[in-house]
Ligand binder design. Structure first.
Ligand SMILES: Cc1cc2nc3c(=O)[nH]c(=O)nc-3n(C[C@H](O)[C@H](O)[C@H](O)COP(=O)(O)OP(=O)(O)OC[C@H]3O[C@@H](n4cnc5c(N)ncnc54)[C@H](O)[C@@H]3O)c2cc1C
Length: 388
């Protein structure tokens, strides 16, 4: 008879909560510890497709996620002076997204996972892992509240700057590949004047992007992305100093959006960096999500990959019974090609993201400009529907 196995999960982001849910479904007892003093909602709209979508279906959370789907509407590309450069109609945006693809706020994914797992896992906030020891049978984590927790598996789902990874695998600098951009995201309580209701509007000024998505009764969300030669200095300055310094002169709705930055509840502000870790597990400690691979928002797949990775981890543990290291090796063999493919995509998108050079910017927008043309848009929609 197998006894119930138990897992400790560091981090209650998308990867951590998905792992908690999937391990519970696999019959494990789960405890999650989160550094933040409370839940972290927030984030911009993310695309949720591929292995994340399939995993959500298997894990039984797809209906709840589908209820939160934001039907993509008109996308408006704006010039610096606020005049419209071109518009891609909602029907073309929806056709481009394709089937089995949800457009979700990152905070809504967090909420759906939290509601699904809250009664099945113990979640402790304001706590971190301060030390890790393991032998062949158990892993023991010292926690910042002075206690110790022993488990069959420690899942480090504590994000890009994972301190659990630093303790077990080595310092972050050894694994971090910077893509020389910063990203800042926060919710707005008011749609800025100049952004039409029901639209996603964006402006790319050389080296910088500001986008605002209208969320109807839920306000709006703002996204700033900008190039930098020194991501660590930006990170150290923090969002309230760094974003206005980098984007304060962007014109259009930037002043209105920045005025709301000061009162935003949870600002996501981070370097756009990938994690390149040669092996994602050491004994009974496994990295998951951004802590393991971080494909970046350029790949647009981080949350889907985190949920897909959690599901595959649960399946591997089910398959390999008590042999946890064998399960982790099988899981990595399954996940690595997908994560590396998405990392390659992220690196390709980097050059196109917020180009410094106006010619590259114009070239980057060319396909979307074409899609904004009614004839090309109609052809595109018909072609995509035929393929679907
Ligand atoms: C508030 C927020 C907003 C985001 N917004 C966007 C967005 O708009 N677009 C986008 O592409 N990506 C966004 N991301 C990143 C995105 O969520 C991830 O790329 C993806 O979902 C994979 O998530 P993850 O769970 O691996 O990492 P994360 O989402 O970074 O979650 C890691 C969690 O671990 C916690 N943590 C950190 N250190 C410790 C520690 N030492 N001990 C315990 N817990 C710890 C963090 O507080 C966090 O809750 C956001 C992340 C957060 C936290």
């Amino acid at each position: 008879m197998t006894t119930t196995r138990n897992a400790l999960v560091a981090g209650s982001g998308i990867a951590g909560l998905a792992a908690a849910l999937r391990l519970h479904q696999a019959g494990w007892k789960v405890r999650v510890i989160e550094r933040a003093p409370r839940r972290r909602g927030g984030g911009y709209a993310v695309s949720f497709a591929g292995i994340g979508y399939d995993a959500a279906e298997r894990m039984g959370i797809l209906p709840a996620l589908a209820e939160r789907h934001i039907t993509p509407d008109t996308m408006v590309y704006v010039r610096r002076d606020g005049t419209t450069s071109f518009t891609v109609p909602g029907e073309t945006v929806r056709a481009l997204a394709g089937p089995r693809n949800l457009n979700l706020l990152r905070g809504d994914i967090e909420d759906v996972l939290f509601q699904a797992v809250r009664d099945h896992a113990e979640i402790t906030y304001g706590t971190t892992v301060t030390g890790v020891d393991q032998d062949g049978d158990r892993v023991r984590a010292r926690l910042s509240d002075g206690t110790e927790a022993a488990a069959d598996l420690l899942v480090a789902a504590d994000g890009l700057h994972s301190t659990t990874r630093a303790r077990v695998f080595g310092p972050e600098a050894r694994f971090r590949r910077d893509l020389d951009h910063m990203a800042g995201v926060f919710m707005l309580d008011r749609l800025p004047d100049g952004v039409a209701p029901g639209t996603t509007a964006s402006m790319t000024d050389t080296g910088r992007t500001l986008a605002v998505i209208d969320l109807g009764a839920n306000g709006a969300a703002a996204f700033f992305g900008y190039r930098t030669a020194d991501p660590d200095a930006e990170l150290a300055a923090g969002p309230h100093a760094a974003i206005p310094r980098a984007c304060g002169d962007m014109a259009w709705v930037a002043p209105q959006v920045l005025e709301q930055l000061g009162r935003a509840a949870d600002v996501y502000f981070d370097t756009v960096s990938q994690m390149v870790v040669d092996r994602w597990s050491r004994g009974r400690v496994v990295l998951l999500g951004d802590a393991a691979w971080c494909v970046t928002l350029f790949a647009g797949y981080g949350s889907a990959l985190a949920v897909g990775g959690a599901d595959a981890l649960g399946a591997a543990l089910e398959e390999h019974g008590d042999d946890v290291p064998a399960a982790l090796a099988a899981w990595e063999a399954r996940m690595r090609p997908e994560a590396e493919r998405k990392q390659r995509l992220g690196r390709q998108v980097k050059g196109l993201y917020a180009p410094k050079d106006p010619v590259r910017l114009w070239l980057r927008d060319l396909p979307l400009r074409a899609a904004s043309n009614p004839v090309v848009g109609g052809l595109l929609r018909r072609r995509l529907q035929l393929r679907a």
